[in-house]
Design a protein around this ligand. Structure first.
Ligand SMILES: Cc1cc2nc3c(=O)[nH]c(=O)nc-3n(C[C@H](O)[C@H](O)[C@H](O)COP(=O)(O)OP(=O)(O)OC[C@H]3O[C@@H](n4cnc5c(N)ncnc54)[C@H](O)[C@@H]3O)c2cc1C
Length: 451
């Protein structure tokens, strides 16, 4: 932690950032962290039972840490095949040349709390009637209580003409992938030098960090502006939604920024495919009931693949079967307690959870203590009583050095957490928070269950 703080201060000095402003931001976050730590330690339970956690990403590790601390006799098995734990919000900053690629991960082993059994394997099936999990090579694992946190599945196969492995071909990029983010940074500055048409898309499914496609679009624009090449590029943003953003406090300023920066916005355009050899992108454009195909030339493309819950969730009958969250089979949990609606011994949070909020690690930071306490209540034979209000944060980077820090709940009411800034405008303090504070907070606070 100390090394990390020293590195952070070195970064700050290099960037010419005033120590006093940084410490002001830190003190706001520090206050939150102290409250978080005190709360985290003030609760314990004698409840027992075998807990299995599927997926040790942001949500799974947060849950492992909380449950491990709060249970007097924890019996926790975490199943995850990964060698590395990635801080995914850092991918945007890799793609923008702010972070180096090796700054966003730690070994998975170092992130797993002491005492938690790690099965380094993938889950292929769950039988919720038998409380049983099937893994690729470690056989069957039985549980009494299940935490479902495998994140989401990026379905690159639903975009014709490109795969995850061929990202970068034909200058078609995607920062949702770790390697893809690195390739984006290799290509973005070149594009702003050579010039041409840039096309940026989101997707028609719920996707993690809905702000990420907007961030890389605005960062490209700002990079060009700062390097005096803005007039060489034309930038166009295509969204599958009927509006660019839908949180009242932040939407007006975001729309204004797109206008001021001359980035066009096209609504209700669903990405179909990419021809990387001729650099053409195809959309389906919806107007009323009419759907029209549209093919456009591009010189630089950033696209977002459709996303869904992992296949085993659907196969196990754990996803929603009706309503808006059914098509991608997001896990069918109560949006406030995060308890499964059919199987009370199952809880789900994070990207795979079928709840109507933004899929972000900021949301997980709020969900984890609630889900952990509710799970413990069920282990004790009680009803879950903790309630999640849908809090999520999406820091939309609008330029190098500024962020529109969008924080809101299920009702789309704003919930700003930095009291000394005007949250409806993009701010430098939020940039400081994003670039220098949130990553150490993730690895040393959140994943340890103390924030
Ligand atoms: C480009 C980008 C920018 C982002 N920006 C922000 C931001 O600014 N702010 C913010 O708050 N959030 C941001 N996010 C979103 C945030 O990173 C995610 O919401 C968060 O990481 C989700 O955590 P999770 O635990 O649900 O899933 P993950 O962290 O993805 O973890 C899932 C884990 O499950 C494991 N797993 C998957 N399948 C199986 C299986 N079958 N068996 C066993 N294990 C399995 C995986 O190996 C992985 O370790 C961003 C994400 C991206 C990609």
């Amino acid at each position: 932690m100390e090394d990390n703080m020293n590195n952070t201060l070195k970064h700050l000095a290099k960037s010419g950032i005033k120590r006093r402003d940084f410490l002001k931001t830190m003190s706001a976050v520090g206050a939150l962290s102290v409250i978080g730590t005190t709360k985290a330690q003030a609760f314990s339970s004698k409840a027992t039972g075998r807990i299995a956690i599927i997926g040790g990403g942001a949500a799974g590790l947060c849950m492992a840490a909380r449950l491990n601390r709060w249970l007097d006799n924890p019996d926790i098995t975490l199943i995850d095949p990964s060698d590395r734990q990635f801080y995914q919000p850092g991918f945007t900053l890799i793609a923008a040349g702010v972070y180096e690629a090796d700054e966003v991960y730690k070994t998975q082993e170092s992130c797993i709390p002491d005492g938690v059994k790690w099965v380094k394997d993938s889950v292929v099936a769950v039988d919720p009637h038998k409380n049983s999990i099937t893994t690729t090579k470690s056989g069957e694992i039985l549980y009494d209580f299940l935490v479902l946190t495998p994140g989401l599945q990026m379905n690159f196969n639903l975009v014709e003409g490109i795969t995850r492995e061929t990202l970068g071909q034909g200058n078609a990029h995607c920062i949702y992938d770790y390697v893809g983010a690195q390739r984006t940074w290799q290509a973005m500055p070149k594009f702003t030098q050579t010039g041409g048409v840039g096309i940026y898309t989101d997707t028609y499914t719920k996707h993690k960090c809905g702000g990420a496609p907007k961030k890389i679009c605005l960062l490209t624009e700002d990079y060009a502006r700062k390097h005096n090449t803005r007039d060489k590029i034309e930038l166009n943003f295509f969204t599958a939604s009927p509006q660019l953003y839908n949180v009242p406090l932040y939407t007006p300023r975001l729309l204004e920024i797109y206008k001021e920066r001359n980035v066009s916005i096209a609504l209700q355009h669903k990405l179909k495919g990419i021809d990387t050899s001729s650099k053409k992108v195809t959309f389906e454009q919806t107007a009323g009931d009419v759907v029209t195909p549209l093919t456009l030339d591009y010189d630089f493309l950033h696209f977002t693949p459709p996303m869904s819950a992992p296949d085993f969730v659907r196969d196990a009958g754990l996803g929603w079967t009706e309503g808006k969250l059914a098509r991608e089979s997001w896990v069918m949990v109560d949006k406030e307690t995060l308890q499964h609606l059919t199987y009370p011994n199952i809880f789900s949070l994070g990207d795979c959870a079928g709840i109507p909020t933004s899929k972000t690690s900021a949301a997980i930071r709020m969900q984890a203590p609630i889900a952990a306490k509710n799970l413990i209540a069920v282990m004790e034979g009680n009803l879950p009583t903790e309630r999640y209000n849908g809090y999520a944060a999406c820091p939309i980077i609008t330029e190098y050095g500024k962020i529109l820090m969008c924080e809101f709940d299920y009702n789309k009411d704003a919930l700003p957490s930095l009291p000394f800034i005007d949250a409806s405008q993009e701010q430098w303090a939020s940039w400081l928070l994003k670039v220098y504070v949130l990553k150490p907070m993730y690895f040393y606070g959140m994943l340890n269950g103390i924030m």
